[in-house]
Design a protein around this ligand. Structure first.
Ligand code: NAD
Ligand code: DAU
Length: 375
């Protein structure tokens, strides 16, 4: 399938931004239009490296703006929608589920309607157009320690408002394929790590707290297990599904790299102890870190109240994408973690800015007025 004109929703978020960089580097002649509402999790600085690139355009808009999306699909002659945009943080969904239902369910619904209208009702041919929906392993619910990993045929048992909203979106995408004939694919991925992740998620939160000498809050007993994948490997998996996956199919993307949260937090602590002891410059840059005074970073670990409804374990069987599409992750978890930590150390301006209230002003100074139109 010659998919060379992409609409990437949520491209200013963690995985979306990594995907834009990945795609433009590997497909230099392709057109990439990013549509992003720039919520707290969206960050134009993550797209700074492609600003000015003639094949790239940023549109500041909500995926729920159906008319605008239709207009982009027509004018830009989009032949692939890669749908990342979502409210993505489980803790926020527990505190306030409404935006999760609005964006993840109704936003996906609006995108599907726009794709159906422009591609199926107005278009001469629906072939060579694809809607790819980026989803999560959380739709399958929680595993016990000895359970088999989730496969594509595992039942949906979402436990958090976030997971329930993603499950609903998956079902809508499936229905649009089945009922209207929209060429649609879905990928369900495990926990990602890598550059550009907002520091509310486990790994960047722990790392930055270490640097600033803040406590490391481990929920419950810390024995909850997550299955980790380097974000670039996720992008490769999406590329394979987009280009060669079968329409109407779902593919799990994972690396079979399970770790308990406590083990992972200890791994981050050990890595930071080693980096500080090898580099005196870090001690000067981050004097509040225990490592600056020669103490172990793990001194900061605190067990705190558990997340309500906390899923015990996620683990994905990625056999289908491996056997059908030849997917193999290129990064082991240890190297992925080291790369991620180095990225955050090398991009202190990025994470300080997203934690800073002056961020909006900074973006205005950097970019000027945002493009809110589809014209
Ligand atoms: P993120 O929170 O970092 O980014 C989400 C992006 O979507 C932000 O740029 C935000 O501004 C944008 N957005 C939110 N609401 C919008 C709206 N209504 N209209 C337009 N843009 C909007 O999320 P992420 O971690 O990059 O996740 C991306 C996708 O991948 C999500 O669909 C998520 O469910 C899925 N996923 C994430 C992981 C993970 O580990 N992070 C794993 C599996 C699947
Ligand atoms: O599994 C894929 C999912 O992974 C994605 O769909 C979500 O968008 C993404 O946020 C992530 O969800 P998690 O809830 O697994 O990620 P989070 O980083 O919030 O938490 C990872 C684990 O660490 C989880 O068991 C909760 C725990 N945790 C998290 C935080 C933020 C802590 O113990 N302390 C913390 O401070």
């Amino acid at each position: 399938m010659a998919l060379d004109r992409l609409l990437v929703t949520g491209g200013a978020g963690f995985i979306g931004a990594n995907f834009v960089h990945y795609w433009l580097a590997r497909h230099p002649g392709h057109r990439v239009v990013v549509l992003d509402a720039l919520t707290y999790a969206g960050n134009l600085a993550s797209l700074e490296p492609v600003r000015g690139c003639e094949n790239y355009r940023f549109v500041h808009a909500n995926i729920g703006d159906e008319t605008l999306v239709e207009d982009i699909l027509r004018r830009e002659e989009i032949n692939a929608i890669v749908h990342f945009a979502a409210e993505s943080h489980v803790d926020r969904s527990i505190l306030g589920p409404d935006p999760f239902l609005h964006t993840n369910i109704m936003g996906t619904h609006a995108l599907l309607k726009a794709a159906k209208k422009v591609w199926l009702e107005e278009g001469e041919s629906a072939s060579d157009r694809r809607f790819h929906h980026v989803s999560t392993d959380e739709v399958y619910g929680s595993l016990d320690f000895n359970d088999e990993r989730f496969s594509e045929s595992s039942p949906y048992r979402p436990n958090s408002p976030y997971a329930a909203s993603k499950a609903c979106a998956d079902h809508l995408v499936r229905a649009w394929h089945h009922t209207y004939g929209l060429d649609a694919t879905i990928s369900n991925c495990s926990n990602n790590l890598g550059p550009f992740q907002f520091p509310e998620k486990l790994i960047p939160l722990m790392l930055i707290n270490i640097l600033l000498g803040r406590e490391l809050p481990v929920y419950g007993d810390g024995r909850h297990v997550r299955d980790w994948l380097y974000v670039e490997d996720h992008c490769r998996g999406i590329e394979l599904v987009l280009e060669r996956g079968r329409g109407g199919e779902t593919y799990n993307i994972g690396a079979n790299a399970e770790r308990s949260n406590l083990d992972l937090v200890h791994a981050v602590c050990r890595a930071m102890d080693a980096l500080f002891s090898a580099d005196p410059g870090l001690r000067r840059r981050f004097p509040d870190s225990p490592a600056a005074a020669g103490r172990e970073c793990s001194d900061l670990i605190r067990f705190v109240a558990d997340r309500p409804g906390h899923d015990r374990r996620y683990a994905l069987d990625a056999g289908k994408i491996r056997s059908e599409l030849g997917f193999a992750p290129a990064h082991a978890l240890d190297t992925a973690l080291a790369r991620t930590l180095h990225w955050y150390l090398d991009h202190e301006d990025w994470w300080r800015a997203v934690m800073d209230h002056s961020y909006a002003d900074w973006v205005k100074r950097l970019y000027g007025p945002l493009d809110r139109t589809a014209g």
